[in-house]
Design a protein around this ligand. Structure first.
Ligand SMILES: Cc1ncc(C[n+]2csc(CCOP(=O)(O)OP(=O)(O)O)c2C)c(N)n1
Ligand SMILES: [Mg+2]
Length: 353
């Protein structure tokens, strides 16, 4: 297939080809307004991502991990969830966070270094804290899904992780437990070709989605740059989970167009030619072409979304800078249900009370 090197092996499930033409089953059960919402979120998210990189370069963020190229994987999967379903993210899911209604200025406190995690209310947004330690969120997600099963809430949990994360014991333990206990969880791997400087081909010999069979759950390899295919695959996994049929492993093939983070220089380990090939598979251009062809979008609509993204990103910038640091006492809140004396002492010392 026409793809960068990391995309070898089994062809992924796809609804829209890279040139924007429909392939296979294109009806994923969304109304034209819902389809436009997918496009709008992808455009707005990309604009915010670029703003975040600029903010870091200007010293307003300490470090920031961009997601350009992964908009379809994140927006398509996040929009397939219900309001009560719960998400456990890594550190690269700002687009999914936006879709879930997380306040982006709050989210960015983490990258501004003014707050150490959980800057938004996970219960209100159903979006867990940013997780930097690779794959640690996977057992947490499985545990959360077990809780949903025991409480018979009828909801599910979706956990994001990268290709590199599948080498961690936490992935294996989480996946196995999820299958054995048949918990309502969707294991969503964004295979973006790289784990910092390690390409997927050096990360694992097999195909990630195939591991599902070993655990005893369905696995699907989807074109992660095809937002409709991602939406449908996630929707099916969500429905399985909610109906008591247990977990699904989704491998979404995508590509990290930018650096691993603003602290990384990908020019030291990968060819520009590979990035150029990946750019030709751009998820937004692909979906926008299909939407125009299907009569759901035109130039005015797309430029309206772009203008919205511009205003939104500049609004987040202003708000982030204006907010300052959150109150110091927050550092001590939500740590212990019953704080030990030593902790209370530290709190008094820090707050001068
Ligand atoms: C337990 C642990 N080991 C190592 C690191 C350093 N580290 C940060 S990101 C990363 C690569 C992650 O790759 P992947 O899972 O593919 O996610 P991506 O960055 O591509 O989104 C590594 C090794 C870490 N954060 N945590
Ligand atoms: Mg990766």
């Amino acid at each position: 297939m026409d793809a960068p090197e990391p995309w070898t092996g089994t062809d992924p499930v796809r609804s829209i080809a890279p040139d924007g033409t429909a392939v296979g089953d294109i009806d994923v059960g969304l109304s034209p307004d819902d389809l436009r919402s997918l496009l709008r979120w992808m455009i707005v998210a990309r604009r915010l991502d670029r703003e975040c990189i600029a903010l870091q370069r200007q010293g307003e963020l300490t470090v920031y991990p961009g997601f350009e190229g992964q908009e379809a994987a994140q927006v398509g999967s996040a929009l397939a969830l219900g309001a009560e379903d719960f998400v456990f993210p890594t550190f690269r899911e700002l687009a999914a966070a936006l879709v879930r209604g997380v306040d982006p200025a709050r989210y960015l406190w983490y990258h501004r270094g003014t707050w150490h995690g959980g800057p938004y209310d996970p219960r209100a947004t159903r979006f867990g804290p940013i997780s930097i330690p690779i794959a640690t969120q996977i057992p947490h997600a499985v545990g959360h899904a077990l809780g949903q099963k025991l409480d018979a809430t009828g909801d599910c949990t979706l956990v994001y992780f990268g290709d590199g994360s599948t080498s961690e014991g936490d992935f294996h333990e989480g996946a196995n437990l999820a299958a054995v206990l048949r918990v309502p969880v969707v294991l969503f791997c964004q295979n973006n070709g790289w784990a910092i400087s390690v390409p997927t081909a050096e990360q694992t010999r097999g195909e990630i989605w195939r591991r599902a069979e070993g655990y005893g759950m369905p696995g699907v390899r989807v074109d992660g740059n095809d937002v409709l295919a991602v939406y449908r695959a996630t929707r099916q996994a969500v429905e399985r989970a909610r109906s008591g049929d247990g977990p699904t492993l989704i491998e979404a093939l995508t590509y990290r167009i930018g650096a691993h983070s603003t602290a990384d220089d990908p020019g030291r380990y990968r060819d520009d030619a590979e990035v150029d090939r990946a750019r030709a598979l751009d998820p937004i251009a692909r979906f926008s072409t299909w939407m125009r062809g299907a009569g759901h979008a035109d130039d005015d609509l797309v430029s309206g979304y772009e203008a919205e993204g511009e205003a939104f990103a500049l609004g987040v910038r202003e708000e982030l800078i204006a907010q300052g640091a959150p109150p110091l006492e927050w550092m001590f809140d939500w740590v212990y249900a019953e704080p030990p004396e030593a902790f209370d002492r530290q709190r008094r010392e820090a707050l001068g009370g």
